[in-house]
Design a protein around this ligand. Structure first.
Ligand SMILES: O=C(O)CCC(=O)C(=O)O
Ligand SMILES: [Fe+2]
Length: 519
């Protein structure tokens, strides 16, 4: 029996999934998907079908001599004729025209760069193994221990060219710490598929060897650089530059043979918050590291009514997570419908671009401010927050609800919610500093995304529908330095939170001041 061939490098999967499952609200990506699917439909209705029909019944055993002849003829000349026909060139023109129409809406190189950096951040924070990532699994490797951080239902592996592009982004930034493992993976995958050229690939085994050799050289590992350069010359023996490199590396090694064994430890590139980075990443990995209630009796769970008639009817389960700073989690503060409704209200403002929201650049999140007049639900929530905390959350004593959406790799660097400088724009509301934060988790995430309190040394996993409350200021009005916190990168999933920031004014009788800075 004969194998099916797909012309034009189109895979059957790409054709059958013409109109992808993306929703129209996912603006750019949706628009692209529809246009591309039109092109594919155009191709499939004419050219593709024609070639397909040439191969019909080719899987059934050939017993009829006429059939045998026509089958051989189809494969020998008909297919070639169709491919070289005028019709084929018309189709290729249609494909190009369609591409040019959508080209400016497609992701730019900066988007690819941002996505690659997001992958590397996930790799760092969760100590993910590159080989595993390339195979579609999310494993943390510490020493010889391997932990599955997330088990996807469907494995989605990366190609050699995918790994090369990630490595290249790091390489171009002089970040050999990240470039090396990704280029290693690219080299190993390219080696395994040598000779199977893919139309969509930009790089080849030679490119990967070339970059990896130079990355090793830059990192001080001359012997690796030498053996990779020699391998390169097996494929491209005429490359003058590489021949010169090989001579240079050989000379270096001859001059100082100790380089052969020298283990070079490459440093991870400096990132902001270096001093707090290790604690932060450790807290993100443990996904909720607050001490258990058995260990510290002062931490407890209770049903909160706060003597409010509103809450007597429907008490909310309160879990005290930490005492200094005082952090509590209110379970089921909202229900699924309410959470969905708030996400929906914010969505038009949050989704700037389907593609860009998939993997985002530095701040890594999009936010929307929802005024109480937008929907009665916001007023209900204000009442609920007020009843629960005993604080006045009417404007101007609290800000509008801020809804934040994090894409994959999205995170929020360590920060304080309160103003730490007298010139902060937070004082424009003329109601003082942000005395407290009330943060609602509007979605669950599959992996990652915990809220980490760096100096206080604990983290809270995302608990859908729960709300986290903490005081940002001491009773004296001074900022509580121990509230430094961060949103850990989202490994898998779509994280949504809503913040209600409560200000100092309006709370004078609800949270009386004290001159003791410890309070
Ligand atoms: O997303 C988180 O877990 C933290 C968010 C946060 O700190 C903020 O929005 O100010
Ligand atoms: Fe915050």
């Amino acid at each position: 029996s004969y194998q099916m061939f797909h012309p034009l490098g189109l895979r059957s999967s790409a054709i059958s999934s013409g109109k992808s499952s993306l929703t129209p609200s996912n603006s750019h990506l949706g628009a692209v998907a529809i246009s591309v699917s039109e092109i594919i439909q155009f191709l499939s209705s004419r050219f593709y079908d024609k070639v397909l029909s040439l191969h019909e019944d080719s899987a059934t055993p050939v017993s009829n001599p006429l059939l045998a002849f026509t089958l051989i003829k189809r494969l020998q000349s008909d297919w070639r004729n169709v491919v070289h026909s005028l019709e084929a060139s018309e189709n290729i023109r249609a494909l190009k025209d369609g591409y040019e129409k959508v080209e400016q809406d497609l992701p730019a190189f900066e988007d690819l760069e941002g996505a690659a950096r997001a992958l590397m951040r996930l790799q760092d924070v969760y100590m993910l193994n590159v080989k595993g990532l390339a195979q579609g699994v999310f494993q943390r490797v510490t020493g010889s221990a391997v932990t599955d951080l997330y088990s996807p239902r469907r494995l989605f592996s990366l190609t050699a060219d995918d790994c090369f592009q990630v490595g290249k982004v790091a390489y171009d930034m002089g970040d050999y710490y990240h470039a090396i493992p990704w280029l290693e993976e690219a080299v190993s995958l390219f080696r395994g598929s040598y000779g199977e050229w893919k139309t969509e690939d930009e790089a080849s085994l030679e490119d990967a060897l070339d970059h990896l050799a130079f990355a090793y050289f830059q990192a001080g590992n001359v012997s690796c650089a030498l053996s990779l350069s020699r391998e390169f010359l097996l494929y491209s023996p005429d490359n003058k530059r590489m021949s010169r490199n090989v001579l240079k590396y050989e000379k270096l090694l001859a001059e100082s043979p100790t380089r052969v064994v020298a283990e070079t430890v490459i440093q991870r590139p400096n990132v902001p918050h270096l001093q707090t980075r290790d604690t932060y990443e450790g807290l993100c990995q443990t996904l909720g590291s607050q001490p258990t209630h058995y260990q510290i009796p002062s931490l407890y769970c209770s049903y909160e009514t706060n003597s409010s008639p509103y809450l007597l009817l429907q008490p909310i389960r309160k879990e005290v997570i930490h005492l200094e700073p005082y952090v509590v989690l209110y379970h089921d503060f909202v229900n699924d419908l309410e959470a969905q409704k708030i996400r929906g209200l914010a969505e038009p403002w949050v989704i700037i671009s389907g593609i860009r929201s998939l993997m985002l650049q530095p701040v890594m999140c999009f936010s929307a401010w929802l005024k109480d007049t937008v929907d009665p639900l916001l007023v209900t929530l204000d009442h609920r927050i007020g009843a629960l905390t005993g604080l006045d959350v009417q404007p101007p004593y609290a800000e509008y609800l801020q809804v934040v959406n994090y894409g994959i790799g999205g995170h929020y660097e360590p920060h304080f919610d309160h103003a730490t400088s007298p010139t902060s724009p937070l004082y424009r509301m003329k109601s003082g500093n942000r005395v407290a934060t009330f943060m609602i988790y509007l979605s669950s995430v599959e992996a990652g995304g915990a809220t980490a309190f760096i100096y206080a040394n604990f983290s809270v996993p995302v608990v859908k529908n729960a709300a986290l409350f903490w005081w940002n200021l001491h009773r004296s009005g001074e900022g509580d330095g121990d509230t430094l916190h961060a949103g850990c990168p989202v490994l898998v999933g779509d994280k949504w939170v809503a913040n209600k920031w409560i200000h100092e004014y309006g709370q004078e009788f609800r949270r009386p001041c004290s001159s003791s800075p410890e309070d």
